[in-house]
Design a protein around this ligand. Structure first.
Ligand SMILES: [Zn+2]
Length: 365
C-alpha cells in the first residue's frame, strides 16, 4: 500500500513537472486597466515582440495592435474569447512595424476590419523588409510581402463606436510618420503604440525626434490616468514625461557634440557615456542606445533617410472642387466661394443635370 501510494505520488509529481516543462511560457500578460479595457504586455525578447490591447464595448471588441508573431496573436484572440463572446469588430494598427502588425491576418480571419493611418498601408509590406537587409530568407520576404494590410485608412484620425463606447484614434508625428494613439475617454486610458516607450530605449530608425517631443506634450494633454506604451509596462503622465526627457537629453547631447565638431564614431563615443549615466537601466539600452545617437545625429544634420509618406486624401482632391449638386438646365445655379481663393466667386452652369464650373471671377458679380 505504501509502495502504491508513493508510486502514485511520484507519478503525480513527474506528471506535474512534465506539464510545467511542456507549457510554453506565456509571451504576454493581460493587465486590466478599467472596465473592459485590457493591456497585453509582451515580454522583452518574447514572441509577442510588443504590447497590444483591447477594448470591450456593448456590441463588439476593438483590438490595438497584433504582435510580432501570429501564434502570439492567436493566444491573444483566445484570451479575448475567455472574456467576451462579442465579435472582434476592429483592429487598429498603431504603426507599420512588424512587431505591431504580424498577427493582422489572425484577427481578419476572425472578422475584424483593420484600420490604420494612411502610411501604414503604404509601408507595411515594403519598409518591413529592411529589418533583415540583403540576407532576408525567401520565406520571410514572402511573409512580409503578404502581410494583411489595413482595410480602412485615415489621415489624422477616426472615431469608432462599440455601441455607446467611443474609441478615439488620432495620428501624431514622431516615431514613424504614420503612428496613431487610441484614446478610451470613459476609462481614462491612452494606448500610445510606440509613441511612448516606458523605461525602454526607443527604436528611432524612422523617427523625427523634433516632432516627437511636442507629440508627447499632446499625449500628456489627454489628462488620462494610464498610458500604455508599445514596449514596457503601462505608466502615467510621469513616465511619459520621463520618456520625453530622454528624447530631449539625446537631442541636446548630440547637438552639443556636433557643435564641438564631432561626427561618426567620435560623436557616439562622446554622447554614449552621458546617456549611460542616466539611462543604462532602461530596457533595450544595449540594443538601441548607439543607433539612437547615430540616427539622431543624422536627423540633426538633415541627412536622415525617412520612409516616403503616402499622398494624403486632401492632396488628391481636384483643384476645382466637384460640386455634387443637381440643377435643371436654364435654372440659375448658386454662386460658390472657392475654398482656396475665398475672395472670388464661381458661376455654375448646368450640363446634363449636373452643376459644372462656368467661370471664376475675382471679386463679385
Ligand atoms: Zn514596437
Amino acid at each position: 500500500m505504501r509502495q502504491t501510494l508513493s508510486a502514485v505520488l511520484a507519478a503525480v509529481v513527474l506528471c506535474g513537472l512534465a506539464m510545467a516543462a511542456n507549457a510554453p511560457a506565456p509571451d504576454f500578460k493581460l493587465e486590466p486597466l478599467g472596465a473592459g479595457v485590457w493591456a497585453a504586455i509582451g515580454n522583452d525578447g518574447g514572441k509577442a515582440g510588443a504590447n497590444a490591447g483591447f477594448v470591450v464595448g456593448d456590441d463588439g471588441v476593438a483590438v490595438i495592435d497584433t504582435f510580432e508573431d501570429p501564434g502570439a496573436a492567436k493566444d491573444l484572440l483566445a484570451e479575448i474569447r475567455k472574456i467576451t463572446p462579442l465579435p472582434i469588430r476592429f483592429v487598429i494598427n498603431t504603426h507599420y512595424h512588424l512587431d505591431h502588425v504580424n498577427g493582422n491576418d489572425v484577427f481578419a480571419a476572425a472578422g475584424a476590419t483593420i484600420l490604420a493611418q494612411r502610411n501604414v498601408r503604404n509601408w507595411e509590406r515594403t519598409e518591413n523588409l529592411k529589418w533583415w537587409g540583403d540576407k532576408i530568407k525567401p520565406e520571410v520576404k514572402a511573409r512580409v510581402q503578404s502581410l494583411k494590410l489595413p482595410d480602412v485608412v485615415y489621415d489624422s484620425g477616426v472615431d469608432l463606436f462599440l455601441g455607446s463606447r467611443k474609441v478615439e484614434v488620432r495620428s501624431y508625428p514622431g516615431h514613424t510618420g504614420g503612428d496613431s494613439i487610441v484614446y478610451i475617454h470613459d476609462a481614462g486610458v491612452v494606448f500610445c503604440g510606440d509613441l511612448f516607450w516606458n523605461h525602454h530605449i526607443p527604436n528611432l530608425i524612422d523617427a523625427t525626434t523634433k516632432a516627437w517631443v511636442p507629440t508627447l506634450d499632446a499625449l500628456m494633454g489627454y489628462g488620462a490616468g494610464k498610458f500604455v506604451p508599445g514596449h514596457g509596462e503601462p505608466g502615467t503622465a510621469l513616465e511619459v514625461k520621463a520618456f520625453q526627457q530622454y528624447l530631449g537629453d539625446l537631442r541636446a547631447a548630440v547637438a552639443q557634440a556636433q557643435s564641438a565638431g564631432r561626427s561618426g564614431d567620435a560623436l557616439v563615443q562622446a554622447v554614449l557615456p552621458q546617456m549611460q549615466a542616466k539611462y543604462a537601466d532602461w530596457g533595450f539600452f544595449k540594443e538601441f542606445a548607439k543607433s539612437n545617437i547615430e540616427q539622431t545625429s543624422q536627423e540633426l544634420a538633415g541627412t536622415k533617410r525617412l520612409p516616403k509618406p503616402a499622398e494624403s486624401a486632401a492632396a488628391n482632391k481636384p483643384q476645382v472642387p466637384y460640386l455634387p449638386l443637381r440643377v435643371q438646365v436654364g435654372e440659375k445655379a448658386p454662386d460658390f466661394a472657392l475654398p482656396s481663393a475665398s475672395r472670388g466667386t464661381v458661376r455654375l452652369s448646368a450640363l446634363q443635370g449636373r452643376a459644372v464650373l462656368l467661370d471664376f471671377y475675382e471679386g463679385f458679380w
